[in-house]
Write a protein that binds this ligand. Sequence first.
Ligand code: PBG
Length: 326
Amino acid sequence: MYPTDRPRRLRSDGIRPLVSESSLSASDLVAPVFVDATTDERVPIESMPGHERVPVEEAVARVEEVRDTGVEAVILFGIPETKDPEGTRAYAADGVVQRAIRRISESTDAYVIGDVCLCEYTDHGHCGVIEEDAETDPTLTVRNDETLELLAETAVSQADAGADMVAPSAMADGQVGAIRSALDDAGHEDVALMSYAAKYESAFYGPFRDAADGAPAFGDRRHYQMDPANRREALREARLDAEAGADVLMVKPGLPYLDVVSDLRREFDRPIAAYNVSGEYAMLHAAAEKGWLDLEAVAYESLLSLKRAGADLIVTYFAEDLADRL
Ligand code: PBG
């Protein structure tokens, strides 16, 4: 009549930690940092409470704040002084991100990752150079192969500045191969590459696009970012990137795509990253502000679920707050 198998036996305080299957620590986390060439003081990002755009002069101080919490890795995004159709400030030696990376790598021990994309740098807000009639013809957007050269140049310029890792996020076909060979040709064989392998065309990027001023001026990104309906296709994307030399494979966003994190974990022997994106951060903050959720608890549970699904590392705006608690 009574159960012989009682899972509750393993839930008492003494045994819980011994049988715990996943854990979260500060060394799993990467903190996004925004450097802004258009300001000389820190500007709070309204839709991402606690985050700011900082001028290059403050980049080192900002990274030191992150490291003080125990988080050792940062990923840099830039807001350039000017934008143009080719996104030239993305690959300028004196671009905002390149200047920040130079300072950070000279004066801190942080692990520095550069996000490689053109959308913050193009005046049309797309992730590469666009077709001539793209503005009026919604079937046209980014010219894939021309964009590859610019992404490769961006990655090399970041590596020249001292980046430890580059992370292409433009979803151009062949971007990993193009960047890897450009890095190697430039003598940057030791610079690692984390690909945004399965990056979906997601509405959860909204707050980031405010933060980095990178929303497309027309159209959307559905011709190059993945369809949220697709799961098998993520394996194909990840395979192409792994074969082209990606050291780490990322899934983005995180929480709405736990199945994809889990698939990549099972299928590949490389580290898997998950990007807990701006919308995932903003929605928990908004609910907590209303008193409907306990922010720290839901943030912790969210990141733990990404670890449980199979992520080794997590890019998250919660990095500093959670590391402080861990
Ligand atoms: C650049 C890029 C984006 C994000 C990271 N890199 C924006 C986009 O694709 O529109 C989103 C990050 C976030 O929402 O936190 N391509």
